[in-house]
Structures are given as C-alpha cells and as structure tokens.
Design a binder for this molecule. Structure first.
Ligand code: ZN
Ligand code: ZN
Length: 370
C-alpha cells in the first residue's frame, strides 16, 4: 500500500487538490503492446480483475472510516528480532539462504549471487522522511553490513517496496551498483534517478544474470495488484512477482516472491507454468478492512492458498511485522497464520514466519575452489 493520508495529517485543501489531480491526469504507456491483455495505452491491468473499472472500493471511504474507528491493538514487541549472522552472509557463495530484513525486504543467496527483494532500509514508508508510516520494529542490520548486492528485484513502485533513499544507497554501494530488475515502466523512474544498471521486465519474460561468482535466471510473473507513487500515475507502471532459478550441486533450485497481491487465479497459472518451487516468499499482512484490501492484499488464509497453488515446498510470510499500512495489527500473522495452516491442512513447518534478521540455510552447496 502507498502512504495513508491519516499518517501524513494532510490539510483538507491538499486532499481536495489530490482528488482533482486524480481525476484530471492520465499517463501514456510507452511500452503499450496491443497484443497483450494486461497492457493499455495509458498503463497496465490485472489478468482477473479490472483495475480501471468505475465501481472500485474507494480509498477515500477507507480513510474516512479509518479516521472514525479504533484500529485493532498491536504489539510490536511480539515480532522477534535476531542478531544476523553477518560473518556467514558475507562469506557464503555456495549455500542457498534466505534472511528476512523486514516487511518485503529479504536477502536471497542463490547460485552464488546476493539478491535483495524490495529493499527498504530507512525509517519510513513514505515519499518524505519526516512523516508517514514509521518502522515499528528496528532494522536487524544496516544495508552496509550486508555483502555486496548483485541483483535487486523490485516488485512494484509503492513506497513500502520502492524506497528511493535505499535505491540510491544501493546504487552507490562499494564495488559498483547492483543490477536493478524492475517491472515495465519503473525503468523510467530509475532513469530519472540517473540509475543506469537496470533491466525492465514484462510478465512471463525471462532474464539470465551471470556474474563472476555464479548465475541465476529471473522470471517476472503476473500477480493481482496495482501501482502508484503520485496522484497522477495510477497503474502507469507494471507490478508483479519474481521467480529465481539456479543450479545448486547440479540440481535445479527455484524461489518465488509474490510481491503484493490479492488472491487470484494467477497463482494456479504460476504453479502450472513452473511446476512448483523449493521456496516461496509470500505476503501475509496488510489486508484489513477486507472490503477495501481484498482485491490487492491477501490475508493469512489466502496466503496459504497461494502456497498451495504455486506448489511451494517451504514458504516464508512477509509484508508484516514492520510498517502499519493497513488496519490489521503488524503482529496479527503470529496468531492467524497457524489457524490458516490448520484450516487448509498445511504442515506447521511448511509455511513459516521468520524473526527479523533470521537466516535459514535452504540448501547446502558444495564449496567451489576460488
Ligand atoms: Zn506493500
Ligand atoms: Zn503495494
């Protein structure tokens, strides 16, 4: 989700200005391809719901409701934080590992590469540093403590997934910028930031990344969401999920990241196309109120359905425990995910919630001579 208006405390005149801009501006899609159903001349659409229809749930009605009601209480102290094993992370080039940094940010070590998903290492999910949803649980490490990042996967442009200051920090990391892999249209945002090491992707496209220490194959896949960073760019850039594949000990290993998404048939499609994943990173938080969030964010039960649909052997829930962007408590998945697993017959150790800073080694690789 983008920024909530309540947390910004904007005056009503500014809100009115935003509303006028929302109605008055339209964008042009420079990548429009009439043969693709999810393309439009002015942006992009979902496969199974129409993001452009007139009768969508109203953001302003949600904000009005939020103003008048008390949100469920939350307890950030219940979100566990572990001291990260930085020595391991900095030395590892052979094992497959996953480390949760917070929200949708995770370090994947796969195929000899260090990959960051939706990197966010600042204090607020916001266009400005002085206002907007604040980090409720501290970062388990600073970006500079991690090994040099080879690839950054950005699922879409909402402020909790595309943090401009973090992207700039990454672009200036010692050893040279990472490769930023972004949805169609987000390459233009990168260009405006003078970031040149960028590869844009459309749904179902594949891209092979080879570096000195190894290689991975990245696929960009459809999920059900939307995009916007300003009042005039709604759905102007694409959104999606990622698949990363590599060889570990001559065996294929595959990882999936859902990005932000509502529950849709896209996941059965992804499961059918790839035949399952060794590991999945699935959003489980920011889903209340359901009348507004249902089409764009899953609750724990739908997250477990995604785990089943994509045929994931092991999943990690993300998009919780960090920023309060919706009405649900940031610690809600601690209580609700076990219930969802039980209801859908998924084993307790098949869909996990990590501690912030926690690393799990998913597959041991044979050390290569260097
Ligand atoms: Zn989000
Ligand atoms: Zn989002």
């Amino acid at each position: 989700m983008p920024l909530s208006i309540k947390t910004l405390q904007l005056p009503r005149s500014v809100l009115l200005g935003i509303a006028i801009l929302l109605v008055g501006c339209a964008s042009v899609n420079p990548y429009y391809d009439a043969t693709k159903k999810h393309h439009r001349p002015d942006g992009f659409n979902n496969n199974y719901i129409d993001n452009w229809r007139a009768d969508q749930p109203s953001f302003f009605a949600w904000q009005r409701e939020r103003w008048t009601k008390t949100l469920p209480p939350q307890d950030p102290a219940r979100v566990r934080v572990l001291a990260p094993d930085l020595a391991y992370l900095n030395a590892n080039r052979s094992d497959v590992s996953v480390t949760w940094v917070g929200h949708s940010t995770a370090l994947w070590q796969l195929g000899g590469l260090n990959i960051l998903t939706d990197p966010h290492f600042t204090e607020r999910s916001s266009p400005v540093s002085f206002a907007g949803p604040k980090r409720e649980v501290p970062l388990p490490m600073q970006l500079s403590a991690l090994p040099r990042i080879d690839v950054v996967l950005i699922s879409h442009n909402h402020y909790d997934h595309l943090d401009a200051r973090t992207v700039r920090m990454l672009n200036e990391q010692p050893g040279g910028p990472p490769l930023f892999i972004v949805p169609l249209g987000l390459d233009l945002w990168m260009k405006a930031e003078s970031i040149t090491n960028v590869h844009r992707m459309d749904w179902w496209e594949t891209f092979r990344v080879k570096v000195a220490t190894g290689e991975v194959t990245i696929h960009f896949v459809p999920v059900q969401h939307w995009s916007s960073r300003t009042p005039w760019d709604r759905n102007a850039t694409l959104w999606g999920g990622f698949v990363a594949q590599a060889e570990v000990n001559k065996q294929p290993y595959s990882m999936f990241f859902s990005g932000d998404t509502g529950y849709s048939k896209d996941f059965a499609d992804i499961g059918a196309r790839f035949g399952g994943f060794d590991f999945s990173q699935i959003a489980v938080g920011c889903y209340l109120p359901r009348w507004f969030m249902q089409e764009q964010h899953v609750n724990e039960e739908d997250a477990v359905r995604i785990h089943l649909d994509v045929k994931s052997k092991l999943s990690m829930g993300v998009h919780w425990g960090t920023f309060r962007l919706c009405d649900d408590a940031i610690d809600a998945p601690i209580d609700e995910l076990p219930k969802a697993r039980r209801k859908l017959g998924v084993a307790d150790d098949a869909f996990l919630l990590f501690a912030l800073g926690e690393t799990r080694v998913l597959a041991r690789g044979l050390k290569t001579q260097e």
